[in-house]
Design a protein around this ligand. Structure first.
Ligand SMILES: Cc1cc2nc3c(=O)[nH]c(=O)nc-3n(C[C@H](O)[C@H](O)[C@H](O)COP(=O)(O)OP(=O)(O)OC[C@H]3O[C@@H](n4cnc5c(N)ncnc54)[C@H](O)[C@@H]3O)c2cc1C
Length: 235
């Protein structure tokens, strides 16, 4: 459900009107980064001045990371299951996710318009070359074929439920392009670690888009820190 109290814009990450990420809550900002860094001198600031901007730049440049742990974010995310599987490898986040044991309603699926070719040099990756042809001489487009497969899986899932099969077992026939929703909480240091690994061109395109959206949303709460990050890391 959309939370109207959310403090940020909602970003349609995959551009299909279904995916999203929004910032629900942010605790702390740039001033908490500098206060964390300066606490050893017994100093505390209420507002940021130019010395603080220089300090944040220094911290980013020299990977003095712990002050960034004093800013924390909660994001509401809707992403395909296969993206969640990659995301949940990041153990420094806290997660709560929709339970398909609990509900069988609101099934949404990611049906990309574009399909990437398998990379040959990197067995894990795809190329930027897009496939545009039909699945067969007179066959459907790839997008239509994925849609048909998804519709078939949903029909089968519903049939299993009608037969009395429990939701927790019936869900096993749903494909990985099923959307899931989660609340995900993380501090700025660990967020930046996630973004560094997942914004990289070697990461899957879909999770790269989420990493970019998270960076944009973090910027609304800690603009000076994120500006320095963008400059030093080239993101
Ligand atoms: C492009 C790409 C491809 C990948 N391919 C695969 C794959 O094929 N198969 C696969 O299984 N995974 C794969 N991964 C996942 C990867 O191995 C990591 O699990 C994932 O990126 C999380 O990284 P992390 O452990 O640094 O992050 P986090 O779990 O967020 O941990 C952050 C940091 O905390 C420390 N830390 C956390 N927990 C521990 C711990 N238990 N012990 C020691 N240190 C800890 C580490 O320093 C770690 O870097 C891939 C990741 C990327 C980005």
């Amino acid at each position: 459900m959309v939370n109207n109290q959310s403090i940020s814009e909602t970003i349609d990450v995959l551009g299909d009107g279904k995916s999203f990420v929004r910032l629900i809550n942010a605790m702390g900002s740039d001033v908490d980064v500098v206060n964390g860094a300066r606490v050893s001198f017994g100093k505390r600031k209420e507002t940021l001045d130019n010395n603080d901007r220089v300090l944040i730049d220094y911290l980013v440049k020299h990977r003095h990371t712990s002050p960034f742990e004093h800013v924390t974010f909660t994001f509401h995310v809707k992403c395909p299951l296969f993206v969640t599987r990659q995301w949940h490898r990041h153990r420094t986040w806290s997660y709560n996710e929709i339970s398909r044991r609990y509900t069988s309603v609101g099934l949404d699926f990611y049906i990309p318009k574009a399909y990437r070719q398998q990379a040959e040099s990197n067995r894990q990756a795809s190329t930027d070359e897009l496939l545009t042809f039909q699945t067969g001489a007179a066959g459907p487009t790839i997008q239509d074929a994925v849609q048909d497969h998804t519709d078939g899986a949903v029909a089968f899932y519903n049939r299993l439920l009608e037969m009395g099969v429990a939701r927790e077992q019936a869900r096993m026939v749903l494909p990985q392009n099923l959307y899931t929703e989660m609340y995900a909480t993380v501090n700025l240091h660990n967020l930046l670690h996630f973004i560094e690994l997942r914004i990289h061109p070697g990461a899957q395109w879909e999770i790269q888009q989420y990493a970019k959206a998270l960076l944009d949303l973090a910027e609304t709460a800690a603009p000076v820190s994120i500006k320095a990050i963008r400059e030093h890391r080239g993101w």
